[in-house]
Design a protein around this ligand. Structure first.
Ligand SMILES: N[C@@H](CCC(=O)N[C@@H](CS)C(=O)NCC(=O)O)C(=O)O
Length: 202
């Protein structure tokens, strides 16, 4: 039975679909309703206990957290592709960027998103947007520096670029990815040109 990815356009399920495309791993994309009503209901909460997207199944196994899905798919179906040999210095950097993309960069982007667009107007805190922008810019500066003299986060394209690629999509969406980070802009254009990205974001 193929992997099933429970998907909403433009959300973190993009990472998982993109990875499957890059690896040629068959997956079934199952669109779900992103309304709060559906995500707070029993059916979705049984798959994703905090109501967030995405979730994924592989046979009898159900999981949430996009980064964990990426790592699981690499381990089970990757045959060593798109990640360095575990335990090497390259693997340390690979893990660093995977975690950074979601735990450090995406976090302030989420704050901006929630307090600028998603929360009811009465609940929005403009200072969270200002602070989120500051924190996101420090992260983008770090990525910009890391890309000096290289096309990808590591010497070649890996799943860390897929993790980062989605975070950059969010950064662009909340308008912090600008020409202060020229290497990040070039890098993001390169990622967007990949057919896996295009399929996952279509
Ligand atoms: N760390 C989680 C974050 C999941 C997440 O925040 N998903 C967003 C969509 S991309 C969501 O469901 N947002 C709705 C909400 O926060 O209520 C992951 O990588 O899967």
């Amino acid at each position: 039975m193929a992997i099933r990815i429970f998907h909403v356009k433009g959300t973190r399920s993009v990472r998982v679909i993109w990875l499957c495309e890059e690896l040629g791993v068959p997956c079934e994309v199952v669109p779900i309703d992103f309304s709060a009503d559906y995500r707070n209901g029993d059916e979705w909460r049984a798959m994703s206990p905090t109501g967030k997207v995405p979730a994924m199944t592989d046979g009898d196994m159900t999981m949430f957290e996009s980064g964990a899905m990426v790592q699981y798919i690499l381990e089970k179906y990757g045959q060593g592709r798109l990640q360095p040999e575990p335990g090497t210095a390259d693997s340390a950097l690979y893990l660093q960027w995977c975690w950074f993309a979601e735990a450090t960069l995406a976090r302030p982007l989420g704050d901006i998103m929630h307090h600028r667009y998603l929360k009811a107007e009465a609940e929005r805190l403009p200072e969270m947007v200002v602070d989120g922008e500051k924190r996101a810019r420090v992260c983008l500066e770090a990525v910009n520096s890391a890309l000096q003299g290289q096309d990808y986060l590591l010497a070649e394209f890996t799943a860390a670029d897929i993790m980062m690629g989605y975070s950059l999509l969010l950064a662009a969406r909340v308008e912090v990815l600008d020409d202060r980070y020229p290497r990040v802009q070039v890098y993001f254009e390169k990622l967007k040109a990949r057919s896996g990205y295009q399929t996952a974001t279509a």
